[in-house]
Design a protein around this ligand. Structure first.
Ligand SMILES: *Cc1c(COP(=O)(O)O)cnc(C)c1O
Length: 224
């Protein structure tokens, strides 16, 4: 399938879910290009996609260099502190802020304010990165003097399961946390955005009002 065909299908599904659930805003679709070639990423750009996600330094740099300047780049993977200086100033959105030591390094190396999502481990699985849901407020409080970090939203990855109602509860909890934080009116953490939903669960995330979905396999993953 071409990226355009995949995108049309995904956008149609998103529209259906938005209508059904009376959601006002259309989420942004981030094409996760970590599995595919530069050529395929360019095809995604031609298809009209402007948001691109990569989870590794090398892939990030390669795709960013190859695509036009108006492509918006999301770093969606965990980042080792020692690699922060190599990439952070090229990132439009960083989705995996999950510890204070990383925030400290980003703050030190950034030459402008970096838009970050706090990665939250909603399900509490041990294998997952992220701050526990009940520790997010305290974490945000600790970030308030980091002048180069702006918390634009919360990000999570749902557990790998076929249990749609469980996944929905995870996304629901994250949306609640985001709404709670918005009420605080924090200058350093407006927290207007949600980054949740991947190939297998983006419809559920859309129902829960996500503002960004991160789709690899179903959008660009299967090359012809
Ligand atoms: C790989 C990846 C995705 C996309 O996964 P698919 O299931 O292929 O859509 C989304 N988010 C993160 C953080 C990823 O690492």
């Amino acid at each position: 399938m071409s990226v355009k065909q995949n995108l049309n299908k995904i956008e149609e599904e998103i529209s259906n879910h938005i209508e059904k659930n009376s959601i006002s805003a259309q989420p942004h679709v981030i094409a996760v290009t970590k599995y595919v070639t530069i050529e395929r990423a360019k095809e995604a750009y031609q298809a009209g996609i402007r948001h691109f996600g990569e989870n590794r330094l090398e892939g990030f740099k390669e795709k960013k260099a190859a695509l036009p300047d108006d492509a918006i780049f999301h770093f969606i993977g965990s980042l080792q502190s020692r690699k922060v200086k190599d990439v952070i100033n090229e990132v439009d959105y960083f989705h995996a802020l999950d510890r204070l030591s990383l925030a400290k390094e980003i703050n030190k190396r950034a030459n402008h304010v970096i838009s970050c999502f706090v990665q939250v481990n909603v399900s509490g699985e041990e294998s997952k990165h992220g701050i526990a849901l009940d520790e997010v407020n305290e974490f945000l409080n600790e970030l308030k003097d980091y002048e180069n970090i702006k918390i634009v939203g919360l990000m999570t990855m749902a557990p790998l399961t076929d249990d749609a109602s469980y996944i929905k509860s995870i996304f629901h909890d994250l949306r609640h946390k985001k709404e709670e934080i918005q009420q605080f009116n924090l200058e350093h953490a407006p927290c207007t955005e949600l980054s949740m939903g991947m190939s297998n669960d983006y419809q559920i995330a859309v129902e829960e009002g996500t503002t960004f979905v991160r789709i690899g396999t179903k959008l660009v993953g299967e090359e012809e």
